[in-house]
Design a protein around this ligand. Structure first.
Ligand code: NAD
Length: 493
């Protein structure tokens, strides 16, 4: 069933107005349950990006010139406006992405929290001062970088958009957002949210379109000095290469193949719940998914068979059904990508659960969560990001082997460690190559903490002060307080 007020046209938002693409072109938007086209979205090109950048440049001095307190007030109003649309957002997100409704319901609160949090950060923000005795005093001023380009993926699209919009706006940047083309629906709520909150026209501009067209035009635009990107590693590499032309600042939140390392002394029930949720929530389309599970040998058979039982029991169904645990994968192309990995996995390892379309769901991008056991480290399903409800399980015998296996991929986004031996837990946490570790805990975020990955999982950190650092330039101003003793070149008689 389609949600109420479902738009059949999704337009750009440029200069405070909803507009079609300059050349009038559109692209199809479909839902993942019926895979039928329900809307046409404006297909942005460099002409649209040029208009959006021009608008954002005009708005920049006014927005950047507001006091932090004034921006804070507006950010709080944005958060309220997001929360007021809680039900509509959840319905849109579920319909467009295939995310189960129970998981989509949390997205408005998380998005609102991003605005409140970054409002608080800038309200409390001070700038540093340095004193050299009585002689010199230096102080830092932070200036917003300018027009920011924000490029986002299709998994939890609205929340990830807010994760960039909030710190960019808090910092005083104006911006262009390019949402993912498979899931533009929830972004159609932003214009009314920003208008209601009193964000001046042209501060936020949204250009929809295909990555290689609208996204690339944003990356190539000389008046956009900063690109914040969340998406796949290959696209990230490409964007860094393109950004070199104009020496843009880039923040890269990329793919992952995160390990969950389970020792035999772990709290088994807690570890099992966390491993299940970590890889199968959000349909497995989660950058920090614990998609490789490494289990200490004495627990291996039991853990693997219980994981398989639980995976076989997962309720796959319509995303709108509150009983559904795994919904429909976002797009037929992605569905084929994931199913292709299931076929690869069948040749590489032992499939112990799932991997098939559930028999009661004849159409739509549905897949029973798959568990592969005895996966070797050079297997493609161990090495490559699948980004769906598929988990690779492998045994280990020693702590060193656990670390080695955990580090045996190109990625380094997150890791989860389960052990009752806290000394060992910390040792492993230090040795695993990843930006984020959860020790005896599942993926709970604290917005003050750095978010990001190492190796092929990203460059830079967002979250807390890191985001403000990214969206602002620090300028140092040195002031002499006492007499200035400068060598007197050319003063000799
Ligand atoms: P993607 O790289 O295909 O697309 C992401 C965005 O980039 C989209 O808006 C797309 O239109 C745009 N894009 C594509 N080509 C472009 C180009 N040449 N120039 C500019 N923009 C371009 O990724 P996706 O399939 O949408 O998302 C899934 C990926 O995102 C996974 O790899 C996942 O791990 C990653 N991800 C990472 C994080 C994180 O925080 N590290 C969070 C969520 C998702």
């Amino acid at each position: 069933m389609s949600p109420e007020n479902l738009p059949s046209v999704i337009r750009h938002w440029i200069g405070g107005e909803l507009v079609d693409a300059a050349d009038g072109r559109t692209f199809d938007v479909s839902d993942p349950v019926s895979n039928t086209v329900y809307a046409q979205a404006a297909r942005g090109t460099s002409a649209d990006v040029d208009r959006a950048v021009a608008a954002a440049r005009t708005a920049f001095p006014g927005w950047a010139g507001l006091s932090n307190r004034a921006r804070t007030t507006i950010l709080y109003r944005i958060a309220d406006a997001v929360e007021a649309r809680h039900d509509r957002l959840a319905a849109f997100e579920t319909y467009d992405t295939g995310l189960p409704i129970t998981q989509a319901r949390g997205q408005a609160r998380r998005a609102a929290e991003n605005f409140r949090y970054f409002a608080d950060v800038i309200a409390a923000l001070g700038e540093e001062a340095f004193r050299q005795g009585e002689d010199q005093f230096s102080y830092v001023v932070r200036k917003p970088v300018g027009v920011a380009g924000l490029i986002t993926p299709w998994n939890t699209p609205f929340m990830l958009e807010s994760w960039k919009l909030a710190p960019a706006l808090a910092s005083g940047c104006t911006l262009i957002l390019k949402p993912a083309e498979w899931t533009p629906l929830s972004a159609s709520l932003w214009p009314e949210i920003f208008a209601e909150a009193g964000v001046p026209a042209s501060v936020v501009n949204i250009v929809h379109g295909i990555g290689e067209e609208a996204g690339q035009a944003l990356v190539d635009h000389p008046d956009v000095p900063l690109i914040s990107f969340t998406g796949s590693t290959d696209t990230g590499r490409h964007i860094i290469r393109s950004s070199a032309q104009h020496l843009k600042a880039t923040s890269m939140e990329l793919g992952g193949k995160s390990p969950a390392v389970v020792f035999a002394d772990a709290d088994l029930e807690a570890a099992l719940d966390s491993v299940m949720f970590g890889v199968f929530s959000l349909n497995g389309e989660r950058c920090t998914a614990g998609s490789r599970v490494l289990v200490e040998r004495p627990l291996y058979e039991e853990f693997t068979s219980r994981l398989a039982q639980r995976a076989a029991n997962v309720r796959v169904g319509p995303p709108s059904d509150p009983a559904t645990e795994v919904g429909a994968l976002v797009h037929p192309e992605h569905y084929e990508h994931v199913r292709n990995y299931i076929e690869i996995g069948r040749k590489e390892a032992r499939l112990v659960a799932g991997g098939e379309r559930p028999s009661h769901l004849a159409a739509g991008n549905y897949l029973q969560p798959a568990v592969f056991a005895d996966v070797e480290r050079d297997a493609r399903i161990f090495q490559e990001e699948i980004f769906g409800p598929v988990v690779a399980v492998a045994p280990f015998d020693t702590e060193d082997e656990a670390i080695e296996l955990a580090n045996a991929t190109q990625y380094g986004l997150a890791a989860y460690i389960w052990t009752s031996d806290l000394k060992r837990g910390h040792r492993i946490a230090h040795a695993v190559e990843s930006g984020m570790i959860w020790l005896n805990s599942h993926n709970i975020r604290d917005l003050r903490t750095p978010f990001g990955g190492v190796k092929a999982s990203g460059v830079g950190r967002e979250g807390g002060a890191h985001s403000i650092d990214f969206y602002t330039e620090s300028k140092i101003i040195h002031v002499a307080l006492g007499d200035v003793h400068t060598p007197r070149f050319g003063a000799a008689s």
